[in-house]
Design a protein around this ligand. Structure first.
Ligand code: SAH
Length: 466
């Protein structure tokens, strides 16, 4: 983070704008909206600024800037069209320890102005750190579009009743759950329609009902699929749940970008799951989830890909069921779907593959267990092997031994869908040697079948090195 976003209270604070043109006028307008007491210094100023001074909204000093003029201000903005003057203003302010902004000169700035979405009291600031103000404005437009115009009303109602609700529902966690429900349900609907009084009454009624219910609300577990890595591949529900959770229990496969979306003050528990080095044994994970929920927490069990595909999700909810704990399962994009899409390899294709099989290819005691080789060796299908890196030489050899042509195309996708994705295309005969020559980064997925050849035509995704 190059800049720390903060919201500055400027009500009544003396602020200085040096410059009297259009840009100065814009900055000055923002300062006035924040209630600052603005002084403008400029030998000549636009009519609009002169008018504001005459109306008593600002103080205008018609003079050239001198260093001593910056004395006593809380904030200084240099907005002249003269680079030298701007640099002098910056030096004068900095010498006095006053934060300064120099228009169009990020190097001289102590702070920068973000693009603003104003739904006061809700204010959203967007910054690209000076890299591209246009990009910031485009982002602002997108955010504007998804925040209803009366969002401020909702915030005002919540703010006005905050203390009251705090007294009515003393338990912090119960109170947070109450707010989470209230600010998305019928109360919000009323507020966003502009029916503030009704919204307020309903909010009070709901608070009373919640207080009567007493004690912390019962906990629950959501088994959530986080997808294969790219955070954009989360479902909307997954995103909402990880932002509301009290506790998130996550796997090694959950990418750091996705963890960054988890609510900041929620507890995070790493449950590991590295091949043959499970950080917490499965039984303990099952127990942990049940216990956390029994204590009243909203628990998210966040797993790579889809929770029901080689994710032991079934075992985890069996324990919850046995203990009568409410739960839900949120599907995610499984590695096969994600890696295939990002590698440009359609898993089925009218001309090449009419079926697709997902298998787990991990070794147990050095051998592959329970795979139906004659079936997997058949043509006109795609075989996707999860956890298959270690056993890859055996997998390829067994397939060939059971009748698959050695020339059958096979691909290894490393870190699929991430910016580091790598795809190696070879055949059943050549893939193991190809891999052993290079450094392979987990997680990896093997895709076997004629569809692999389509990548040559269909590859579209570029990783950061390409
Ligand atoms: N539930 C997960 C799979 C868990 S098993 C899902 O639905 O995707 C773990 C295996 O998934 C890894 O060994 C690897 O084979 C595969 N995998 C998961 N994410 C992957 C990724 N981004 N790229 C390649 N393989 C991945």
């Amino acid at each position: 983070m190059d800049y720390l976003p903060i919201f500055l209270k400027l009500c009544g604070a003396p602020c200085l704008v040096v410059g009297g043109g259009e840009v100065a006028g814009r900055k000055l307008g923002l300062l006035l909206e924040a209630g600052a007491a603005v002084t403008v210094i400029a030998p000549a100023a636009d009519a609009a600024i002169v008018e504001m001074a005459e109306g008593g909204r600002i103080r205008l000093r018609a003079k050239t800037f001198e260093a001593a003029d910056s004395e006593g201000f809380r904030l200084v903005i240099a907005a002249t069209d003269d680079r030298e003057v701007n640099a002098d203003v910056a030096a004068a302010a900095r010498g006095r320890g006053i934060p300064v902004n120099v228009v169009d000169c990020p190097d001289l700035c102590d702070f920068i102005f973000p693009a603003i979405i104003d739904r006061s009291p809700v204010v959203i600031a967007v910054s690209t750190g000076g890299a591209s103000p246009v990009l910031a404005r485009q982002l602002r437009t997108r955010i504007e579009a998804c925040i209803p115009s009366r969002f401020g009303t909702l915030a005002r109602i919540a703010g006005g009743l905050r203390d009251h609700i705090k007294r009515a529902i003393p338990d912090a966690r119960t109170r947070r759950h109450f707010w989470e429900q209230a600010l998305q349900g019928p109360v919000a609907e009323l507020a966003l329609q502009g029916r503030a009084e009704e919204a307020e009454m309903l909010l009070l009624e709901e608070a009373e009902a919640s207080a009567k219910q007493g004690g912390p609300s019962p906990g629950s577990v959501a088994l959530v699929g986080a997808g294969p890595g790219d955070p954009d591949l989360l479902t909307l529900r997954a995103l909402r749940l990880i932002q509301e959770a009290d506790v998130v229990v996550y796997d090694r496969l959950v990418s750091p970008e996705i963890l960054a979306l988890v609510r900041r003050d929620s507890r995070r528990i790493y449950a590991g799951k590295e091949r043959s080095r499970h950080s917490i044994p499965q039984d303990s994970i099952n127990e942990l989830l049940a216990n956390l929920a029994a204590e009243g927490n909203c628990v998210v069990r966040l797993k790579g890909g889809d929770p029901f595909i080689f994710g032991r999700g079934g075992e985890e909810i069996e324990t919850l069921m046995a203990r009568g704990i409410p739960f839900q399962v949120v599907p995610g994009i499984t590695a096969a779907a994600g890696c295939a899409a990002y590698a440009g390899i359609p898993l089925t294709h009218r001309d090449h593959a009419h079926a697709c099989v997902f298998v787990a290819g991990h070794l147990k005691d050095g051998t592959l267990q329970g795979l139906d080789w004659p079936h997997l060796a058949r043509p006109h299908q795609t075989v996707v092997v999860y956890m298959g890196l270690q056993g890859l030489p055996q997998i390829c050899a067994e397939l060939i031994r059971h009748g698959a042509p050695p020339s059958r195309p096979a691909a290894l996708v490393q870190q699929g869908t991430t910016r580091d994705q790598q795809v190696a295309v070879a055949t059943l005969e050549t893939l193991p040697a190809r891999i052993s020559d290079s450094e392979v980064k987990a997680p990896t997925l093997v895709i076997i079948g004629d569809v692999v050849e389509l990548r040559e035509k269909l590859a579209w995704y570029r990783n950061r090195k390409e």
